[in-house]
Structure formats: C-alpha cells, structure tokens
Design a protein around this ligand. Sequence first.
Ligand SMILES: Cc1cc2nc3c(=O)[nH]c(=O)nc-3n(C[C@H](O)[C@H](O)[C@H](O)COP(=O)(O)O)c2cc1C
Length: 323
Amino acid sequence: MMTDHPQICLAPLRGLTGAIFRNTYVDYFDGIDWAVGPFLTTFGPGRIKASQVTEMLPENNAKMPVVPQILSKTADHFIALAKILIDLGYDTINWNLGCPFPRVAQKMRGSGLLPHPERVDAFLEKVLGVLPGHISVKARLGRQRPDEIFELLSVFNRFPIKELIIHPRTGVQMYTGQPDLNTFEKCLALCRCTVIYNGDINSRADFEKLRQRFPTVHTWMIGRGAVSNPFLPGHIKGYPLPADSIERFRRFHDTLFARYAQVRSGPAHLVDSMKGYWGYFARSFAQGEMLLKQVHKTQHPDQYRPLVARFFDQEAHGNHFSN
Ligand SMILES: Cc1cc2nc3c(=O)[nH]c(=O)nc-3n(C[C@H](O)[C@H](O)[C@H](O)COP(=O)(O)O)c2cc1C
C-alpha cells in the first residue's frame, strides 16, 4: 500500500548541509521533515574536535530535527563520540557505511567496511551492547559489487537497527551510472528494519516514479536535488511555488552568505564556502554554468557580492525552480 504522507529527509552533504544551511533552509523553504547531519569523525577515545560538538549543539539545531552521523570503524571511538551526542539530547546516531572516497575506504571506513560483514557484525554487537540510544545506518550496496549488500542485510537483521538508508550504488561507482533499483527492490524485501531510499531524486517526476515502484517506502532522502533546488521538497509535497520564487531564493542566498560571514576565518574561506553551493545552485538557472565560472574566479566578497547581485537582478523575471 502506498504511504499517504511521504517524509523527506535531507541527506548529509559534507561542506553543504551543515547547521547553517539547515537553519537558513527552514527560514525560507518548506518540505524537509528532518535531516541526517554530515559525518563527524572520531580521533580516538576521549578525543573530540570542539567544532564538531558546536555544530551539533541543540541551540544550533532548534529549527530542523537532525540525526548526527559518525564515520568510524572502531567501536570504542564511535561509542565515545556517540555518548557525547546522546548527552546533548540526541536519541539516534547514524553510522556512515557509504562514504566512497578512496582515502576513507582504504582505511576500512565508510564504504570500505561493506566487504567485511564480520567486522560490521562485531562493531554493531559492541556498540549496541552499551549505547543508550538507537543506531541507524546509511549504506551503499557494496564497495566493489552490488551483491555485497545481501550478506550485510543478514547482519543488520540480527540487530535492532532503527532505520537503514540505502543509496543504491557501489562505493567504486562514486556518483556515476544509475542507482541500481533492482537490487534496492530485493533489499526492501529482505530487510527487517525500516528502509529509506536515497539517490538521484532531482525532480518531482523522479520522486513520483520511485514512489510508484516502491509504494511501501515512507521516507525519501534527498541531497543534491534539494541543494540545487530548495523548493523541490515542498514541490514534491504539493506546495505551490511562490510567485516570487527568485526573490525568495535570493534572500535565502544572502542570509546564507551573511551567516557564513560570521563564522568563516577570512574572505577567501568565505567565498570558497559559497563556491561549493553554486556548484549545485547553478543547476537551477539557464545561465548558471556561466555564473559558476565567474564565481570560481572570485577570491574576495568584494568581487563575489556584486557579481551575484547582478545575476539575481538579471534573473528577476525568469522562470525557475519549477521541476
Ligand atoms: C558533496 C557531498 C558530500 C557528501 N557528504 C556525505 C556525508 O557526510 N555523509 C554521508 O553519509 N553521505 C554524504 N554524501 C552522500 C549523500 O548523502 C547522498 O547519499 C548522495 O549524494 C546521493 O543522494 P542525492 O542523489 O540525493 O544527492 C555526500 C555527497 C556529496 C555529493
């Protein structure tokens, strides 16, 4: 049976969907129910990076519910950081089993753990034995092969995992090729816990197709599509696009910029943060690629701000964000 009110979860995108973005999103848009935060790393028992804790402080996350995510292969290190987060008030911690980057995977973290179900088993056994909270998992189908997931599912099924978020690609695929929907379908049938779908939802049509095919999926995680077009989650839920969509987006952008300006250590660092966003924002504008090239050449807010302001002026009457 098709679920009536799909939930939309914002995907963790490191460098993009941190607390500043999430809070600013809520100030201007609707449609996202909750988020998984970009991964936090462990350094050893008792060693925590202060900026990671600041990012997750409840007062910095009052607007959008968030599940913190940890990237770690060592149960003791995971437990140490997870306990700090649970003490801050979080009841669920997400374990990253998907990060595809070779530098991470070679150290058997993220998707590097997927070919080692026995290690995943030992990790969960240890963590779930002592953690006073829930664990959810975000995984790809495998490191090298999509069928690696099946042995992992037998492991996951042995534990009270709250949710399994599946991005149906392998680690070595990175973001190339298509999500493997046939294997995702098999996972849905085999997995005992709630499964969340994640991958390549870039339009309402993408969402509708997936929803038709997987009617039992209740929660849909969206990353790049929601950063490129922040109206997309609302559009999927049937909220009308406001008449002043470009103006709304412009105010969102300006607030995002102003909030980063308060925390970035220098002008180049600030502009670099905004360049990351334009890699995605640009997709919503016919002239976006051209602007992106120009944005990449800027090194200082004094160059960046007038360039982007001129762009928004020119786009003021265009038709945007309607996918
Ligand atoms: C720039 C970038 C950063 C990412 N950071 C994380 C991360 O911190 N944790 C994680 O689990 N996945 C991370 N991902 C993967 C996304 O959460 C998501 O699984 C992937 O982008 C596919 O979903 P989408 O097509 O909706 O974007 C990242 C992806 C990108 C492109």
